[in-house]
Each structure stands twice: as structure tokens, then as C-alpha cells.
Ligand binder design. Sequence first.
Ligand code: FMN
Length: 172
Amino acid sequence: MKTLILSSSLSPKSRSFLLCQAVNAALSGQSIQIDFVDLRDYDLAPVHRSKTADMERLTEKVKEADNIIIGMGVHCYSINDGLKIVLDTCFGDATNKFFGIVCAAGGEKSYLSTMHLTQICMNEWRMIQLPRVIYATGQDFVNDAIANPDLKERIGIFAKEFYTIGQKLLAE
Ligand SMILES: Cc1cc2nc3c(=O)[nH]c(=O)nc-3n(C[C@H](O)[C@H](O)[C@H](O)COP(=O)(O)O)c2cc1C
């Protein structure tokens, strides 16, 4: 199974990137081919500007993936800017793909913000979401590392379920 992990935050100190890395590690050892994208390494342009070579590359990666894990930061109770650009410009071939959401926020009260990503992926491309979201806040981290054992456990469950359901959907 080919899984694209898309860490979409452009923050140099991104916490959702750390979550994506942890999910990547939790998936290792499975028969899974992971393509890990750190969007900070990509040159992006908004939707009405010319698509960059990096965006063309990412469009191909989305097309080639069987399923996608999307890392996001919460911005104003919604998705972060880099992710919006990628959804608007590189997700044309994401139709029907299985996906999961990994989210970092400043506080506990923004947990429904991931629903915007759910709505976009379901309404635009009929994507199917793993019914479990990794949601973390600043309090879950110490010195740029995940410190909350409960969060670590949830990441393990998320990875296990994503792999199991991802495999089953491919077998259909
Ligand atoms: C422009 C902006 C808006 C934000 N809005 C929210 C918000 O509505 N709710 C919240 O809990 N955190 C908010 N935050 C905090 C981020 O969600 C938090 O810093 C998180 O770690 C971002 O993910 P990242 O570290 O992967 O970039 C905001 C941060 C920025 C820069």
C-alpha cells in the first residue's frame, strides 16, 4: 500500500510535523510504502498564479498514493494556509481516496476545526476518512517533542487503524 504523509504546516517549529513524524514511525514495519512530504520544502503559489514545478510534483504524488495522511495546524478555527493552497491546486486526483487527519492546535477548544478538512475532502473528492483524528495542543509537547503518553498511545492506535482499514479498502 502506498501512503502519502503530507505535513502541510509551513511553520519552522511545526508541531503537526512532529505528529506526522510520529505517525510515520508508528507505521514502520508494516508492508507500506510511505512518501513523506514536508511542505516547508516545497515552493508554493496560490491558485490563480502559475503552478510551480514542486506543485506539479506534489500533484503526481497525490495521484500515485493509495491513501493520504494529512497533517494540519489550526488557523482561525480552520485549516492552515499551505494546506488550503495544496487542496486548491494539487488534489485533483484524490477522488475516492482514504485519508486521515493529524492536527496541532494552540488550545483544546478548536477541535472541530478539522471538520473543515473533512468537508472539503468529502464534498469535493468523495474521500473516505478514518473516523479517528489525532488532535494535539501546545500542552502535549515539551522542548519540541511529544511529551504526553496518552497522545503517543493515540498515535499508535491511529496508525494501526489507518493501516488495517487502508488495506481492507484496497482489497475491495
Ligand atoms: C494565523 C494563526 C491562527 C491560529 N488560530 C488558532 C485557532 O483558531 N485555534 C487554535 O487552537 N490555535 C490557533 N493557532 C495556533 C496553532 O494552531 C498552533 O500554533 C499549532 O501548533 C499550529 O500547527 P503547526 O505548529 O504545525 O504549524 C493559530 C496560529 C496561527 C499562526
